[in-house]
Ligand binder design. Sequence first.
Ligand code: PA5
Length: 427
Amino acid sequence: MQKVRLEQGNLFSERIGSHGIKNLEFFAWDKKIKEIIKKIKQESKKEEIGWPNLPFEEEEIREISKFTKTERKKWKNILLLGIGGSALGTAAIQEALQKSETKNLIILDNVDPDFFTQKLADLNWEKTLVIVISKSGTTPETMAQFYLIEEILKHEIKKGYQNQIIAITDDKEGELKKIAENKNYKQFVIPKNVGGRFSVLSSVGLVPAALLGADISSLCEGARTMQEDCFKEDLRENPAALLAVSAYLMDRKKGKRKQVFLPYSNQLTGFTEWYAQLLSESIGKNEETGLTPIKALGTTDQHSQLQLWSEGPNDKVFTFLEIENFQNNIPLPYFENKALDYLSGKSLNELIRAAKQGTELALAKKSRPNQTISIPKLNESSLGQLFYLFEMQIAILGKLYEINPYNQPGVELGKKITKKIMLGISL
Ligand code: PA5
């Protein structure tokens, strides 16, 4: 299996001067990392946290593959109702893999009434499978849209409409669980010890991915391979620990709390959205602790944000994601124009690579810390590796900052206040 690789040279003072981390200072964290990795292994062994074990749940993966193999053929449209951790993983998978047999995937996360109307216009309901995903079963955006869709299905399909609904929710409790039991909807469970933004390798991401035609065995295999590296106790050999310690030191020692996530691939924009939630909801826990993600796209943002990045405040760390082999190779013609002759006979592939390297070096020259994750090829295996790598980075960061990366009290508060407003209770 081809592995994704991490290159961090441009984070160190040898390359970028005083804005970089000193080698000795960085590797002094080796002992702490050993303790942290041991602790994370224990927590997953005791099942206090469930996400590290998800790619090893062979029975669940087999059951999902079996169910979706036949179901996949029946539907033209997949309508997914869910928000945050219940939707961003699927969007990332779909954008990254763009399966050729892909159905029309519609994700209704936001409750914009116009978006809702546009997305459902002219939908052939006979050919539409609805997947409703909510761990709590009480998220108002998801449940409001679900009730609306359920009514439409009852009206359009009448008898047997239940066969067009799959509910993915908590295994024991919650409103969606009750509804699914009462109405006999097909169910998949989200394990109790797996939170929304860590759930992409559970049924939350795997059921829609398999329905879209993704090879979920390879996705999980990629994640399992990454676990081997991310469970290593030696800081030098553990890519998630390297990512976590560098982010931590850049914040605490260099005052850089903004993390620019910059894939050079349109297909990775969904992944960027997924990571932005993982980083902000997991680490942003008090006034002293939080890293702000900045979602960007190369080369596009070189022409909109690079000026600020290279000459504005030096308060950011840049993470490039680079694909080594694109699916397509697009050669360029010969240019008659002298000024553009340097492009003659090259390819778009060479151009995007040169643009990335140019940005990386330009940032380094201006003492802006940056690192690169190289992806040999974008497929299920590399995507599985990336999901696991960043989940583990966040788990380690949680321990470095001594905060709980798995809760989201700020989000819960927002939900409570929304409820009060909807009830007309004065605040
Ligand atoms: O990571 C999280 O816990 C959140 O982003 C949730 O996924 C999001 O709020 C949706 O919650 P639920 O799945 O309960 O509808």
